[in-house]
Write a protein that binds this ligand. Structure first.
Ligand SMILES: *Cc1c(COP(=O)(O)O)cnc(C)c1O
Length: 362
């Protein structure tokens, strides 16, 4: 890799496309003749407004976002959305959640502070190694929404088919799969994603919300920043936004558009993940943690026969120039996060390493 960069398998913050980092570096000291870095630029300036407008328009094009949806750039990272969703969408009814791992559990815990929560399906019985059948969920009539974590970053699960919400609003946490594959936005009431997994620097979420879900009756009760309406009314510029993150995300949107959009990303991601899964499937030493049908293309957890050997592989991989392969502390083992910006060569190099390791140690 150029610049002595490493194949970074971190679950987030994660790799950015090299070309994007180079562009950012080139514009660092003087952004297009403005005499300043984007970091130093007023969010009310014309130069920033252009960056902002283009980022929004490019995202709209990339995802094919219909006109009746608002795109919001909200600070605070993904965790803030665990609260904002129930605060804004619960209207005295029931919030339905599908429990598939650590991130949906966090969302459930938070929603319980704001109203009645019903877990309509769970894969806790098998340590979140599969996505439960969501074709005929028991959803109460007064459900205000049905919530999923569409890609469980820690457990490595993804939905191949969206739940049948029986006409209720679908809310999805797409943090660790955002822009990794095509997405029919009209199937959802609200999509949100923390950007540091697949798009940009940490500390911001992108929220895509259907306009009719933005409420007028919360101005006097919700903290102003936590009300989606605040961000919708001010076009995400109510206060100083995370200008730097918006700028970097905008660069990535342009990069994705230039490289074939989400169809092309999906094809690349399928191909890349296959290299690793094919290896794991034939290995007698390494075992994938998730049932085949529900495996994530982004986060690949796997284990060796013992915790001690897990740790030994992690240490050896680090010495060999691969970074952040340790599984999340809550589940252990190993995990390779292979987001959009991880080159296929990185996955191939990892498989070469693991394969050699198996021959020498197993
Ligand atoms: C990382 C992550 C979050 C939390 O994001 P923060 O920005 O760290 O708060 C939420 N959901 C999923 C699926 C994630 O991967």
């Amino acid at each position: 890799m150029k610049y002595g960069r490493t194949y970074n398998f971190s679950a987030g913050p994660a790799m950015m496309p090299e070309e994007v980092l180079e562009e950012i570096a080139a514009e660092m000291m003087n952004y297009r003749g403005s005499g300043m870095c984007v970091m130093e630029m007023s969010h009310r300036s014309k130069a920033f407004q252009t960056i902002f407008d283009e980022a929004k328009a490019d995202l709209k094009q990339l995802m094919g976002i219909p006109d009746n949806y608002k795109i919001l750039f909200v600070q605070g990272g993904g965790t803030v959305q665990f609260s904002m969703v129930p605060m804004n969408l619960l209207k005295g009814g029931v919030a339905c959640y599908v429990e598939t791992g650590a991130w949906s559990k966090k969302a459930i815990k938070e929603a319980k502070k704001f109203g009645e929560v019903k877990v309509v399906a769970s894969s806790a019985d098998k340590n979140y190694s599969y996505v439960p059948d969501c074709s005929n969920l028991d959803i109460p009539d007064n459900a205000d929404y049905v919530y999923i974590c569409e890609n469980e970053t820690i457990h490595g699960l993804t939905y191949r088919k969206l739940p049948n919400t029986k006409g209720h609003v679908l809310v999805s946490d797409q943090s660790s799969m955002f822009l990794s594959r095509p997405c029919n936005v009209a199937d959802y009431g609200l999509i949100w994603g923390g950007v540091q997994k697949n798009v940009g620097p940490a500390g911001m979420s992108i929220v895509i919300i259907r306009e009719d879900l933005i409420r007028d009756d919360l101005d006097d009760t919700l903290p102003v920043y936590l009300n989606y309406k605040t961000h919708a009314d001010a076009d995400s510029l109510y206060n100083t936004p995370n200008c730097w993150a918006i700028y970097c995300c905008g660069k990535v949107f342009k990069y994705l558009l230039k490289n074939g959009g989400l169809e092309a990303m999906n094809a690349r991601n399928e191909e890349k993940a296959k290299v690793l899964y094919d290896f794991l499937d034939q290995s007698k030493f390494f075992t994938g943690a998730v049932v085949k049908e529900d495996r994530s293309l982004m986060n690949v957890p796997f284990v060796t026969p013992s915790k001690e050997q897990d740790a030994e592989v992690v240490a050896a991989s680090k010495a060999a120039g691969f970074d952040n392969l340790k599984g999340h502390k809550s589940v252990g083992g190993l995990r390779a996060s292979i987001y959009n910006a991880m080159p296929k060569e990185g996955v191939e190099a990892l498989v070469d390493f693991l394969s050699k390791y198996e021959k020498e140690h197993a």
